[in-house]
Design a protein around this ligand. Structure first.
Ligand SMILES: Cc1ncc(COP(=O)(O)O)c(C=O)c1O
Length: 405
């Protein structure tokens, strides 16, 4: 554990006995555990897989819920060369915390004030139109150093980016601007996580369009800077998509972006979600449980109340479908998940007591529950699960599960 806060300690707090009295792990009702050593190891493995291409660690959305600063430091220690964020504020937070690595803002910025902030904080904006490049030119003129920016091409995602066919013209126009430096040309894949043959040829088409732009730039003697196309799925599925750099998010956090890409690189999940039992109830058969009585005990039951709910980021759509781990045993969650609490059936687990810690996500006792398992059960994607944990849950450093304590 290199970058992680010591288990049981809130990141940034001076000691477990903080003024609010909540610093000690024994007082936490529920928390997210972030294993920075796992992130560092994942970055190292991904960097090795990319061979000569660079790794950009995508740390947007507070590092997919793991804590952007913790992730940025761990990923850089593991060999990432640069960082990707979605918003200006995310980039500024990294700079204010002393991160010096190149940072690309992946989201669109068009307001003059935002681009001025990019210049001030040395953050690279993503440009889709000449207007933004011209704004950068006027902001950076006379500043003594050109402003680095990157151009995004839309090759088939229909989100940010200039239409790929217009790309060469825009690059040529940017090349005329003396206060602006084109640091990169990139695009984003829409379906790289689908198994081969199931994306209707979209990834190949996007790559062909990207290649066509690069060929045109070569013909005109224009330098694209750093060329990049791959996300986690692109990075894991096809070395031909690596170019100069891959922008990797989900895999960095230890999760393959699709089942068929599991095992391409050995990845370690970096997040665990744990909560404490606050009450044990002995109930007769036939008792309705939680809002709407969506579960009814089928036998005399021992139910445990956990201090975590949908306001913490456990999707309510998982009601009656969730399982939790205690000493490697899976216990079913029963009834509607409520805002702050949920209930598990511990009838077959007499060792579970008030104050015990159970695992909702992550490994414990040789078993593991993954965000993929959750997302498959409630019809979303692992990205949304990881980003969904709210700040009411402290992020604690840790590895090895409750047994390690
Ligand atoms: C532009 C861009 N690049 C890269 C990524 C990283 O994607 P992934 O988490 O699938 O690796 C994202 C995430 O959504 C993105 O928006």
């Amino acid at each position: 554990m290199t970058q992680a806060t010591k288990p049981g300690r809130l990141p940034g707090s001076p000691s477990p006995a903080t003024a609010d009295g909540l610093g000690g792990l024994e007082r936490q009702r529920a928390w997210v555990e972030v294993d920075a050593a796992a992130i560092e190891a994942n970055a190292r493995a991904l960097h090795r897989h990319l061979r000569t291409s660079e790794l950009m660690a995508v740390v947007k959305a507070d590092g997919y819920g793991h804590g952007a600063l913790t992730v940025a430091r761990a990923a850089l220690a593991g060999g990432a060369a640069s960082l990707g964020v979605a918003t200006l504020a995310e980039g500024i937070e990294l700079r204010r915390s002393g991160i010096e690595a190149p940072v690309l803002v992946l989201g669109g910025l068009s307001h003059e004030q935002d681009l001025r902030s990019c210049l001030h904080w040395r953050l690279m904006p993503t440009i889709s139109r000449l207007q933004e490049a011209l704004l950068c030119q006027s902001l950076a003129s006379g500043q003594g150093r050109p402003m680095a920016l990157q151009l995004k091409l839309d090759t088939g995602m229909a989100r940010l980016g200039v239409d790929w066919e217009q790309g060469p013209r825009l690059v040529a126009a940017i090349a005329e601007l003396d206060a602006v430096r084109l640091a990169g040309v990139y695009s984003h894949l829409a379906s790289a996580d689908l198994p081969p043959g199931e994306d209707g040829g979209l990834t190949r088409k996007q790559q062909q369009r990207f290649e066509a732009v690069l060929a045109s730039l070569r013909q005109q003697g224009l330098d694209p800077g750093c060329r990049h196309l791959a996300n986690s799925a692109g990075a894991l599925s096809n070395p031909g998509l690596h170019y100069d750099l891959a922008r990797v998010g989900l895999a960095l956090y230890g999760h393959p972006p699709a089942a068929h890409l599991g095992g391409v690189v050995a990845l370690e999940p970096a997040m665990a979600l744990r909560a404490r039992v606050t009450l044990i109830r002995e109930l007769a058969a036939g008792v309705g449980v939680s809002y709407g009585h969506r579960f009814r005990t089928q036998r005399p039951s021992r139910l445990a109340v956990l201090a975590i709910g949908y306001a913490d980021g456990v999707p309510r759509a998982l009601s009656n479908q969730l399982e939790v781990l205690f000493r490697g045993q899976r216990l079913p969650q029963v009834g509607a998940i409520t805002m702050d609490q949920l209930i598990v059936d511990a009838t077959d687990c007499p060792a579970l007591e008030v104050g015990a810690v159970v695992t909702l996500l992550g490994g414990e006792g040789g078993e593991e529950i993954t965000p993929q398992e959750w997302s498959n059960r409630c019809g979303t994607i692992p990205w949304e699960i990881l980003c969904g944990f709210k700040h009411r849950l402290p992020r604690l450093g840790g590895s090895g599960g409750p047994a390690a304590r």
